[in-house]
Design a protein around this ligand. Structure first.
Ligand SMILES: [Fe+2]
Ligand SMILES: [Fe+2]
Length: 169
């Protein structure tokens, strides 16, 4: 049995859909987390709405390719969750920083997925879905660069609020 480029793209769209759905859960937790930095919470809330849109756009892409509704719980979602799990220890003292690192890795992973999907769609001659993918890419890249711009400040802020300078012995 041969797999066509189109089949492969459909598979990747399903993976991306599952990824967006699992990120939605992660962002909702972050948006509601009283322990998270206020700026992170506010930004997570904005990206939560965008992320729901991303899943909708992927559903539209799948429909345009004549595929039925997306299949949930695919491997990539598992990978993203694993990535998050590796970095996040529940109730860890520095949860605020660990969650930030997990979100950072996740958004750059999304950027990589959409760049790959756009290249795949082009190679498969499925140009119609590219504008939708580019919109998702743009918003994930914006979120990734926001996290990048704030990683140092969030870390310093955490240390300033939770530690004391070691006394000279
Ligand atoms: Fe996304
Ligand atoms: Fe995202």
């Amino acid at each position: 049995m041969t797999t066509t480029k189109r089949d492969e793209v459909i598979d990747w769209l399903n993976d991306a859909y599952a990824m967006e759905r699992s990120i939605e859960i992660m962002l909702r937790k972050q948006a509601d987390n009283e322990d998270a930095h206020r700026a992170v919470r506010d930004r997570a809330r904005i990206h939560l709405d965008e992320t729901a849109e991303h899943a909708d756009r992927l559903t539209r892409c799948l429909e345009m390719l004549g595929s039925s509704s997306p299949s949930a719980l695919k491997t990539v979602a598992g990978q993203v969750m694993e990535l998050g799990k590796g970095l996040t220890t529940k109730f860890a003292r520095d949860e605020r920083v660990k969650d930030f690192l997990a979100a950072y890795g996740t958004e750059y992973f999304e950027v990589a997925c959409y760049k790959s999907l756009i290249a795949g769609a082009t190679a498969a001659g499925e140009e119609d879905i590219i504008p939708l993918l580019e919109q998702n890419l743009k918003e994930d890249a914006a979120m990734a660069s926001w996290l990048d711009m704030n990683i140092a400040a969030i870390t310093r802020d955490y240390l300033a609020n939770t530690t004391t300078t070691a006394a000279a012995s």
